[in-house]
Design a protein around this ligand. Structure first.
Ligand code: HQG
Length: 180
């Protein structure tokens, strides 16, 4: 991905997940905003973006963070919001194990409280340890946790998978965590 696109993509993450008000847009209850509305608002705020560039960012984004609606009129972030929207995800049966990458310094607190979602809507889990390590690295020296996802699910906990393959759940209690 081009360097300028990475910058624009970070900006889009900010306005489509966390702070739409900074450019004067509103997300609907499912997180969508009109593409034209978004492009106009970005331009007004000095971020040069046209439809073609936006399409390229959606397609080439390393984690497929954004999706267009079927008719192409709207766009939203696939996951990671802190604003209260409903992605309308269907609960799904998870694989036997999922993974969570975190920083070593968080482990004492995680051993006490389990994985908590903080400001986000869900705890984010990865399907494989390599991805989990990359997620963990963002916070410092990474530590990888295994989650007994199937067992949790059998015990009645709901799991969801975002359009870009991130597994989501409300909270992971300590008893389902295993340190690798
Ligand atoms: C930690 C990125 C102390 C948790 C990634 C994490 C992901 C605790 C941090 C997505 C804790 C929250 C989300 C507890 C959890 N005590 N710390 N009890 N429970 N934590 O950034 O999962 O690039 O909100 O381990 O790829 O790192 O944005 O969550 O270290 O998919 O698309 O609290 O963000 O995607 O950090 O990352 P974050 P995350 P994007």
């Amino acid at each position: 991905m081009k360097r300028d696109d990475v910058k624009r993509s970070k900006f889009l993450s900010k306005v489509l997940r966390h702070k739409p008000e900074t450019i004067g847009i509103r997300l609907d209850k499912n997180g969508w905003v009109g593409v034209e509305e978004l492009l106009n608002a970005c331009r007004k705020h000095g971020v040069l973006l046209d439809r073609e560039t936006l399409e390229r960012i959606v397609e080439t984004n390393d984690k497929r963070r954004f999706s267009f609606s079927e008719d192409g009129q709207n766009i939203r972030a696939n996951q990671g919001h802190s604003v209260p929207i409903d992605l309308n995800l269907e609960p799904m049966e998870p694989p036997e194990r999922l993974y969570h990458g975190t920083a070593g310094r968080y482990l004492p607190s995680i051993r006490e409280k389990g994985l908590v979602k903080g400001k986000r809507h869900h705890v984010h889990l990865s399907a494989d340890p390599v991805t989990a390590r990359q997620v963990g690295k963002r916070h410092g020296k990474p530590a990888i946790l295994q989650i007994m996802a199937r067992e949790m699910h059998q015990d009645g906990y709901a799991f969801f998978r975002s359009a870009n393959g991130v597994w989501l759940t409300e909270h992971v209690p300590v008893r389902y965590l295993k340190e690798k």
